[in-house]
Design a protein. Structure first.
Length: 432
């Protein structure tokens, strides 16, 4: 091979190599540029995604904060609701364990005081005689409270006819199903009406005068008492309480009714001891008797007043006859009083009794009832009082606990015929 040929071949190879090398660099540059653009696009995408992630993260953080706040608020709300529920539950328990009731009666009287022939005096009067509210509360199944607040004659105050009186306020505790005890201010366990005197439970506009003046209804004292009930219907009550304080002079001398202190800063030198037995073991029958004794009816500061003992017994019998029910009542009560005064010897024995038959029957407008009553009274209030009282009338129960009443009454003064009284009464009564 000649030298020229070798030189030409070398030159050609060199040119080829040079050209090949130049194309590779351009391709690489183009590829790099393309790669760079791809990376820029990816970077922008990643930046956008990162921004979105940051935004989502911020939203999630805000949502978390809101949720945490809501959870906190809900927790507080739950606590408040729980506290309110406990308060409502306590209020509900208090309401369910508390009782409210009462009764009232409005009376109209049209009476004449008679002489031998002509009417000397006439009384025509309307009176909202009583407005009473009951409040009771059961602390446990065994322990409870009872109270009775009364307004008499509509308005009370200086120069007014009415009085505001607390007739009952006592606690009662059950030892078991048969035995119980009470302490506080309570009605004495004597007679028919002293403990049960709501207007829808008896006949007549006014309460009977035997229990009013002899027992004397309504009579309450402060003290302690116990009750035991046998399964055969026999029960016993025993009471130790404050006592009467009877005057020994004046217009109310030796008046049992006027001796009630009503537990208003009442003297308590000489208490009362009372025992009652009651039997209700036969359907429709009630038999009861009370003996009550006070060592000194004048509370130890009136020399002419001594001890006093009350004997009382009654029977109530109800029996279905035809469409209605016949009820017969009879009551006897007598005070034996130690009186050391020649002027008031008639006060030593004060007594009264009554008998009352009645018949109650249903009608389309509510129950109707008719009755009659005879009362015999011999009591003392500054002087001897002696009456024979005839009475008859009707009750109309427009509702089980709402009653309209009417009666005619003749009251004969056996010591003074010029004091005979007669007339009629109308009344409305309710209990709730």
């Amino acid at each position: 091979m000649s030298t020229k040929f070798k030189l030409a071949l070398f030159t050609a190879l060199a040119l080829c190599l040079s050209t090949a090398q130049a194309l590779t660099v351009e391709e690489l540059a183009a590829q790099f540029e393309s790669y760079k653009k791809q990376q820029d696009v990816k970077f922008e995408q990643l930046s956008s995604e990162n921004a979105q992630l940051k935004q989502q993260n911020a939203q999630l953080q805000q949502s978390f904060n809101n949720t945490q706040s809501q959870v906190s608020n809900n927790t507080t709300a739950v606590e408040v609701i729980s506290e309110n529920y406990e308060g409502v539950q306590k209020a509900s328990e208090w309401f369910n364990n508390t009782t409210i009731g009462g009764y009232g009666e409005l009376h109209y009287q049209n009476r004449s005081i008679e002489g031998n022939k002509d009417h000397k005096n006439h009384k025509e009067e309307v009176d909202f005689h009583r407005f009473v509210l009951f409040f009771g509360h059961e602390f446990t199944d065994n322990l409870r409270f009872f109270s009775e607040l009364e307004l008499e004659h509509s308005i009370a105050g200086d120069g007014k006819d009415g009085e505001i009186e607390l007739e009952q306020a006592y606690l009662e505790y059950d030892f078991n199903q048969n035995a119980s005890a009470k302490a506080g201010l309570f009605l004495m366990p004597v007679g028919i009406m002293n403990e049960t005197h709501e207007p829808d439970t008896f006949y007549g506009v006014e309460r009977n005068e035997v229990e009013k003046n002899i027992i004397p209804t309504t009579w309450w004292e402060a003290g302690i008492g116990g009750n035991y009930r046998f399964d055969n219907g026999l029960s016993f009550d025993a009471i130790l309480s404050s006592g009467l304080d009877i005057d020994n002079s004046g217009k109310k001398a030796f008046s049992i009714r006027s001796g009630r202190g009503k537990v208003s800063k009442q003297k308590a030198n000489d208490p009362i001891i009372a025992v009652r037995g009651k039997y209700t073991g036969i359907l429709g029958l009630e038999l009861a008797a009370t003996v009550l004794h006070q060592t000194d009816l004048g509370q130890s500061d009136k020399p002419s007043v001594g001890s006093g003992t009350l004997y009382q017994a009654h029977v109530i019998y109800s029996h279905g006859i035809g469409p209605g029910t016949f009820t017969g009542k009879a009551l006897y009560s007598r005070w034996k009083i130690d009186v050391d005064s020649k002027l008031h010897q008639a006060a030593e024995s004060q007594y009264g009794w009554y008998i009352e038959p009645g018949y109650r029957f249903p009608t389309s407008m509510g129950d109707m009832g008719v009755y009659s009553r005879f009362q015999k009274l011999d009591y003392y209030s500054g002087s001897e009082k002696n009456y024979d009282i005839w009475e008859a009338g009707a009750n109309w129960w427009v509702h089980e606990n709402v009653v309209l009443k009417a009666n005619y009454i003749h009251k004969e003064d056996t010591l003074n015929s010029n004091s005979d009284e007669s007339g009629f009464d109308l009344g409305i009564g309710y209990q709730f």
